[in-house]
Design a protein around this ligand. Sequence first.
Ligand code: MN
Ligand code: MN
Length: 468
Amino acid sequence: MAFLKLDQENEKSPVTVWDRLSGTEREQVFAFCEEYKEFLDRGKTEREVVIAACKIALERGFIDIAGKGELVPGDRVFMVNRHKGMALAVIGHDPPERGIRLVGAHIDSPRLDLKPEPLYEDGYLGLFKTHYYGGIKKYHWVGVPLALHGVAVRQDGSKVQINVGESPGDPVFTVTDLLPHLSRDQMEKKMSEGIAGEALNLLVGGIPVEGGGAGRRIRQAVLNHLRDRFGIGEEDFISAEIEAVPAWAARDVGFDRGLLAAYGQDDRVCAYTALRALVGLDIPDRTAVVLLADKEEIGSAGNTGMQSAFLENFVAELIARRGGNHIDLRLRRCLSASSALSADVNAALDPNYEEVMDKLNAARIGRGVVLTRYTGTGGKKGSSEAGAEFVARVREIFNREGVFWQTGELGKVDQGGGGTIAYLLAAYNMDVVDCGVALLGMHSTFEVASKADIYMAYMAYGAFLRNA
Ligand code: MN
Ligand code: MN
């Protein structure tokens, strides 16, 4: 694609990525996004994304690193972390001490998790208690069809996959909202208090069993259904991970189909584009790695989150299989010499809410992949802020490789803010900068991205993995 550095000031340079794409390139963008939509529909939880990513990797010649002895340049391997995270690599020519090129994204998204003891009956209804996961606006989750996805593990270790609400004939679940006629008190509350966390209860049943005590007959009917359909009992919910997610599919938006909306694009848009970039690589000089992490939306803690040693362990496995003894110093040298993109979404300027943005430093829909030097809140707090030298290198790669890109800050100073896994990658002493797709309605149940920007993320990650 032709090179174009898009000017930041929209008014002075009203050019979008679309203006610079040929007819053939537009067709590539649309075709790519059809495959992306399938990926989104197959992967609505971190576990499902891992399965979908493994499928793509296996089709493109990747194998589980456990089945691999010595690694040579061109080998393609992956490692899965507890079904919820994974790392993939294409082995390069250079020795490990020269570092890896890494693109790290996360595959968890905000949702409603079932509580360990979810089931109760009230008002002649069967309900599931939920505990929301990640930063949600609770009003998005009422009055909409929800599907249940997840896994229940019985105490003998056997597993039951649960996926109800996605097939056309399936029932769905929903959280009811209060009717406007009786909402006088609710409407006077602050938005953050209008819907209580403990009111996010899923409707799961309405037909009682025959006989039995008052207030327990519908609850019993739900238990019977769970036993008959899934072979699980009430205690199995304690060892289950079941998530309520929007029951709809990814859709094109607008008459021209230039936009794509779906649940969970934060951060599966970066996960998918990074994965596609990696599987398309020829043998690189430096080893190229894509990391798909869990738990970013709740602070990256836990053994599947970015704070765990998983990435470090994966790189150690790569080094150990490249010949010579594996010594700690080789791992440290590798990590310190590495460069990374923290592949996560950013906020696009929304014409309905432009007052929260500094227009000069805001990302715009359709203006390319977004490079974000720092995130953080209240004076960049929590940000790993990329160094100028590294940002210059990345900029040079994007310009040379014809990647349409822009810069974007997450909102005005002191308006709020946020973070990504960048600071945890930086903690390995590697170079890292945030780079991803700009979204409208981030963390809503129907996040919107430009198809041109999605394709530019794919191009950017490929350019980085080949050149950084
Ligand atoms: Mn994110
Ligand atoms: Mn997020």
